[in-house]
Ligand binder design. Structure first.
Ligand SMILES: CC(C)(COP(=O)(O)OP(=O)(O)OC[C@H]1O[C@@H](n2cnc3c(N)ncnc32)[C@H](O)[C@@H]1OP(=O)(O)O)[C@@H](O)C(=O)NCCC(=O)NCCSC(=O)CC(=O)O
Length: 447
């Protein structure tokens, strides 16, 4: 217990422990019980015990995965109303990337590591990707690849500008397609794994896009590659609970946080450096589309996520003075393979006909060829089912949270291999990331 006492000599008042004030009785437990404070009521016996949630029950396998407690909303479901994407202008040629990377980081003498990198690039399924990291940029920022050189502060300062800039471009494209004014956006959901800024990219975007100052913002920092679907989940709830709302989602990702010189101690760095690319995606979500003005693309029927048991150490990011260190365990593809089936089955069971895996269209996070192969094999998918995911991997690499939204965007185009899936009414967007988390959305294509 503390008492406020006057320290006369210094003319000020201070809070001191009651034991140090002469004449103050030491409070006993009984004293407290006799004089309950209205601000600290004694605990009451609980009258209602919450049943255990099936989403929080640890499982040894997803075979017994049961859908979560949120059934699809039947009235005014949220729809994707428009989509946009953006990449920086600098295009990487994957075939020559290894030479470029080892030259620019002054590491060409690391012959074995260079050969390993070439093998990873050759097997990456990537032809091109995009990056803000040009040779000129790196000349100005040697701290990005000088071993032991702190670079967190410089990286963050660059990301604080580049992340909203890229998101802005994607958002402008989405708003243009949507056909309404930016000031009609009521909510903004921004996801990124690239740096931390205060205020964040949500504030910069509000200003640069001319959104209303009272736009309601949600910032999703550091989730990982599944955040594109998390943003859809958040937007779905917002749209369905506020039918006139219009939610702008922006995912903006750069590969630069993990860029550094190759190091024998961290072989998984090579995997990230070979796979990750830069890109931003934007999506506008809303319920009750306005006839003649808004053209819904996909209805978001159900969204959910699940944690794979005991998998916290499979994908780990550590923020260091030298940037973000991203550990990717080699068992990730087999872990995805083990759990994706149960999750996707539960998701599809929310569709009226409970369609089979080959009866729907697929937007799978293009995490790497081994991830896509694992999903294809586990679900026994026909090869064309992942054509949009492989197309995005080939032309953009793994763009973290933006990837799955790039794939969804690709799936609505007529002139790509993805059009083989265009006659499926129902589909799934599914992504993976740290946790290990699997997050997915059941979608219905709008005619
Ligand atoms: C890296 C690959 C492209 C390599 O292709 P293959 O598997 O066909 O080829 P391969 O087995 O010969 O592997 C080539 C070389 O890479 C090495 N290698 C493979 N995976 C590795 C890993 N995780 N860590 C360190 N090294 C690895 C192999 O040992 C081999 O080295 P050597 O030749 O010397 O024997 C593929 O394995 C892949 O797609 N892996 C999954 C990548 C991944 O984890 N993606 C998710 C990113 S995280 C994400 O998307 C979510 C998020 O960020 O939130």
């Amino acid at each position: 217990m503390f008492l406020e006492v006057e320290i006369a000599a210094q003319g000020r008042r201070e809070w001191v422990p009651s034991e140090s004030v002469p004449g103050t009785p030491t409070p006993s437990c009984e004293t407290w019980i006799e004089q309950p404070s209205p601000r600290l009521p004694l605990p009451q016996a609980p009258t209602w015990v919450e049943p255990p949630s099936p989403r929080l029950t640890p499982r040894s396998s997803s075979a017994g995965y049961t859908p979560n407690a949120f059934p699809p909303v039947k009235k005014s479901p949220a729809c994707i109303l428009a989509m946009g994407r953006a990449n920086p202008p600098n295009k990487i040629d994957q075939a020559t990337y290894t030479d470029w990377y080892f030259n620019v980081t002054n590491s060409s003498d690391k012959v074995e590591l260079k050969q390993k990198m070439q093998r990873i690039c050759d097997r990456s399924g990537i032809q091109n990707r995009y990056s803000i990291l040009t040779e000129e940029f790196l000349k100005q920022h040697p701290e990005f690849y000088t071993p032991g050189e702190p670079s967190l502060e410089q990286r963050n300062a660059i990301f604080a500008e580049e992340v909203p800039k890229l998101a802005h471009e994607a958002a402008v494209e989405a708003i243009r397609e949507w056909g309404r004014a930016a000031s009609d956006i009521t909510h903004l959901v921004v996801a990124t794994l690239t740096g931390v800024a205060i205020p964040g990219a949500d504030v910069m975007l509000t200003k640069s896009l001319g959104l209303r100052p009272d736009v309601n913002r949600v910032m999703l920092y550091m989730l990982g590659c599944y955040a594109g679907v998390t943003a859809l989940r958040v937007a779905k709830d917002l749209a369905e609970n506020n039918p006139s709302s219009r939610i702008l989602i922006c995912c903006s990702e750069l590969a630069a946080p993990t860029f550094r010189a190759p190091n024998e101690k961290f072989p998984y760095d090579l995997v990230g450096t070979a796979l990750f690319g830069d890109g931003a995606s934007a999506v506008i979500v809303g319920a009750q589309p306005q006839p003649q003005i808004e053209r819904p693309l996909y209805q978001i029927e159900w969204v959910g996520e699940v944690l794979a048991p005991d998998s916290e150490k499979i994908i780990e990011g550590t923020l260091k003075l030298e940037g973000l260190q991203f550990y990717l365990d080699r068992t990730l593809p087999s872990l995805v393979s083990k759990h994706v089936g149960g999750f996707c089955r539960a998701a599809l069971d929310n569709a009226p006909e409970k369609p089979g895996f080959n009866d729907v269209f697929w937007a799978v996070h293009s995490g790497g060829p081994a991830i896509l192969n694992a999903v294809e094999a586990a679900l026994e998918l026909h090869p064309e089912k992942l054509s949009a995911s492989r197309h995005i991997l080939k032309h953009f690499g793994n763009i973290s949270a933006s990837t799955v939204l790039f794939v969804l965007d690709e799936l609505r185009k007529d002139d790509t291999p993805a059009d083989k899936q265009s006659d499926c009414e129902w589909g799934i967007a599914v992504a993976f990331g740290p946790g290990v988390t699997i997050e997915g959305a059941l979608l219905k294509r709008c005619k």
